[in-house]
Design a protein around this ligand. Structure first.
Ligand code: SF4
Length: 296
């Protein structure tokens, strides 16, 4: 009797997974029935997660099933891109490595990005993709807008004058740059350091979402309006966005000024410090002796 009930539950679960896969065009060859049930379940959960993020289209790579219950994703030189409702596909369906190994997870995401040509920025003068830097197990993530000239040159986010200021802000919080993880909404420099276009943010940000998921920080600080609006999907001025906590998919998110803006208007540093103090309180951090007017 109990076995029958279990079997019914298994059938129902498998049907739900089939429904999820077929809704996103991932049935048949992409999801062979020989997949381990736990992997199938994990994939279904992942597809639901991307759906929640507003991502509906996926790259496909042929999956080779090798041996019993194990699957590997075959390398394809250039993954097919499908179009749906006028939007390019954004993500590849892959399971991240165990969340206990965020460094491997980040490596996998970087591999997936490859020599990315998914948005127009790849042909508008970028020198390299600026992936992100820092501790893969960071409790705190800073997320900016886009790489600038120095970042494009060095392949690391926040390395110019704004980066120096961010380093000072981090130090004032009693942390080191290597304690945290720093990334941007988009990974290629927009020409002339213009503000990223919405479609560029939409195309690139799913990789950032995966980075956040793999790192699993306790708190995120969005630096500037572009980062805040993209992450929160809220169109509001900075004055309204700052000074409060947001729930970003289970992670606390605060908003403060972008360091480049603080360089242009140093009077706002005190306000930024208030935002950082809110974050420090949440993380149980003690400021350095010399702090507030510190970030100069
Ligand atoms: S900005 Fe992002 S999506 Fe666009 S080309 Fe660069 S890595 Fe690819």
């Amino acid at each position: 009797m109990r076995r029958q009930a279990k079997s019914r539950r298994d059938d129902t679960g498998a049907r739900e997974e089939d429904n999820i896969f077929s809704r996103f065009g991932l049935e048949s060859e992409a999801m062979p029935s020989a997949l381990d049930p736990r992997l199938r379940q994990a994939l279904a959960d992942r597809v639901r997660y991307y759906h929640d993020l507003g991502i509906y289209d996926f790259y496909r790579r042929p999956i080779q099933v090798s041996g019993e219950g194990s699957a590997s994703v075959a390398r394809a030189p250039s993954p097919a891109i499908s179009e749906s409702e006028g939007r390019q596909t954004l993500m590849e369906v892959r399971t991240e490595p165990s969340m206990t190994d965020p460094a491997s997870g980040l490596r996998l995401i970087r591999e997936d990005i490859g020599d990315c040509t998914r948005c127009r920025l790849h042909k508008q003068g970028r020198k390299q993709i600026v992936f992100g830097v820092g501790n893969p197990r960071a409790e705190l993530m800073f997320i900016g807008e886009a790489p600038g000239a120095d970042e494009d040159e060095q392949g690391e986010p926040f390395v110019g004058r704004a980066g120096q200021l961010l380093n000072n802000m981090i130090k004032a919080m009693g942390l080191r740059r290597e304690d945290i993880y720093i990334a941007n909404i988009i990974k290629c420099r927009p020409p002339g350091n213009r503000t990223p276009e919405r479609d560029e943010c939409e195309t690139c940000s799913p990789f950032l979402m995966r980075q956040i998921e793999v790192i699993g920080p306790k708190a995120i600080v969005a630096l500037g309006a572009v980062a805040a609006k993209t992450l929160l999907a809220i169109n509001a001025p900075m004055s309204e966005l700052r000074g409060q906590w947001y729930d970003f998919r289970g992670t606390k998110l605060a908003v403060t000024y972008h360091p480049a803006y603080l360089l242009r208007d140093p009077r706002q540093k005190k306000e930024a410090w208030k935002d950082l103090q809110m974050v420090m309180k949440e993380l149980g951090l003690k400021p350095l002796e010399k702090s507030a007017e510190q970030t100069s």
